[in-house]
Write a protein that binds this ligand. Sequence first.
Ligand SMILES: Nc1ncnc2c1ncn2[C@@H]1O[C@H](COP(=O)(O)OP(=O)(O)OP(=O)(O)O)[C@@H](O)[C@H]1O
Length: 330
Amino acid sequence: MSAPLLSVHDLKVHFDVSRKRLFGGGVPAIVKAVDGVTFDLKPGETLGLVGESGCGKSTLGRAVLRLLPLKGGRAVWLGQDLAKLDTHAMRSLRREMQIIFQDPLASLNPRMTVGQIIAEPLTTFQPNLSADEVKARVKAMMAKVGLLPNQVNRYPHEFSGGQCQRIGIARAIINNPRLIVCDEPVSALDVSIQAQIVNLLMDLQKEMGMSLIFISHNLAIVRHISHRVMVLYLGKVMEIADRDSLYKNPLHPYTQALNSAVPVPDPDIEQSKARIVLKGDLPSPLNPPSGCPFRTRCPRATEICAQEMPELVAAGPDHMVACHHAGPIS
Ligand SMILES: Nc1ncnc2c1ncn2[C@@H]1O[C@H](COP(=O)(O)OP(=O)(O)OP(=O)(O)O)[C@@H](O)[C@H]1O
């Protein structure tokens, strides 16, 4: 088995949102956006991150790229603790780790041409390349992501949302990164375009062998693209498993509820499927429930759930779950 590209252990990212810090005075208020997350990511693997809005997906994606300061825990990249790298070492690592954002147009500089946007990371990390070489690589990259190379001098606003996301992908992959964090890369796109972008990412991954952390609300898309999937709830891991185990044999009541909402293309199955409706709303991240954060909405909650956060324990060969009452739907 290959060594992990990224090993994340007990990672914590907390935001101080107290009025005291922001305006002076007031009571302390801390959002534990990511609170003790542990996982490994192998080379060439896609890990899907799912969970309701505000559960910490984006914060986790940014924290592992060291774009946010850690409150605790470690993110280890090929044996190196990222928090211990100095600015210079971290800067050269940036070439290996990239991010693609949700809003493709907003993530592109409107004053730069597509050619300049895609060339920027190349010339930053390989300043000795000749202008002709840069031009040739940019055009080859445009063709690779399904853009017309003769549109190299156009500006982002002249492209559709899907094309802008292709530009973002070209910019992310031009330096052959080992990891791309894809933060909701298709949720702002038309449904018809979403599959094209997901398939492009899958083809590029097959060809270039990079790892992906794929963040999405859409469990059907995550199922299509991921090798493994991690379910987050209020900053904590509820369940992490290989794709088939997670979708066919979910053991956490939260995963089971999320799965039950995924539409099935067969109308007969879809009609007869039992949908699990969670009671209540997501609790405030400023005042999460004691013990297991999911317990206030959990159909299986008992006294112990209010007292202790369950450990994330092995439930199968590539399957970990954090629940006092983990088990298949009864
Ligand atoms: N810069 C920040 N300052 C204060 N709180 C923040 C900050 N960024 C995120 N948060 C809070 O941290 C929690 C996790 O946010 P995050 O954006 O990571 O969730 P998410 O799962 O990606 O949500 P979404 O799917 O809506 O993007 C939320 O409660 C959010 O309000």
